[in-house]
Design a protein around this ligand. Sequence first.
Ligand SMILES: Cc1ncc(COP(=O)(O)O)c(C=O)c1O
Length: 321
Amino acid sequence: MIPRLRFAHLPTPIETLPRLTEKLDGPRLLVKRDDQTGLAFGGNKTRKLEFLVAEAQAGGADTLITAGALQSNHCRQTAAAAAKFGFDCTLVLVGEPPVQESANLLLDDLFGAQIVWTDKAHRDKVLQTSFDSARVQGNKPYLVPYGGSNSTGAFGYAYAMDEFVSQGVKADWIVFASSSGGTQAGLVLGARLFDFSGKILGISVDEPQRDLQIRVAKMASETSGRLGSRIEFAADEVLVNADYAAPGYGVMTGAERAAIQLFAKSEGLLLDPVYTGWAAAGLLDLIHRGFFKKDETVLFWHTGGQPALFAEKYQNDLKRT
Ligand SMILES: Cc1ncc(COP(=O)(O)O)c(C=O)c1O
């Protein structure tokens, strides 16, 4: 048995997006609301943390340590899970401490996480040092992987696919934001285990296509192995579109702003400025280019992240027309 804690609000709802579908003249669009998973404004990390925190508990850990960007959703959710289950939490964040904390960083603080600042080049080393010094101080640290993405975190999305299939809603495509790959690895494995026959397309936020395909295939294979009979996934069967990843992590483009505004104005649905807004911009471009057939159903799997809408960094970007 793979240890799991149950704290996510599941199943997350699936909604139709009729006004957006009509505006775009098809395909039929749906959204699965994993921005509503319940823990500290929700998001995809909640599902992964059900397995990661359970593993930490089973191993007798008392401290969760992880790393991410200054406005990391993963770090915010890890800090919240740590608070909920009585762990200490150390977050290694890439950037400089801002004069005014906002959005996810403000929440990290509220959850009582200890923040260690670093730059990108030293991130892994600082993470290791933080882990080692927690040990030296007599704590039992558990390293939550970057983005919650490893064969433990990926179980969250393997079982999310079980949930989706059980909801009885048919989709030809599932489209979502992909970055550290755990969400996609879980979905790819889950599709095989629970008989989802549609296509699973990750829109890369920051990774080159081949790198992400290889990572996802490897993680999905490893995760399957932990269930008893390993399935070997090939990189080529993992669908990744990295055409929209060029401007770089966290950079808001005009297309992304337009996508966030379109979803908000047509459906009252909030996307985030780093992941889902980006994936939605890719989705809209693919629709405009006729990538999907008009009679197909495309499910946009919302992975959360909306607290970042309130990050100081995006205030002006979001207002521009
Ligand atoms: C809101 C949101 N969507 C998508 C992703 C990407 O998920 P994954 O890292 O599992 O590929 C993240 C990762 O941080 C995220 O915060």
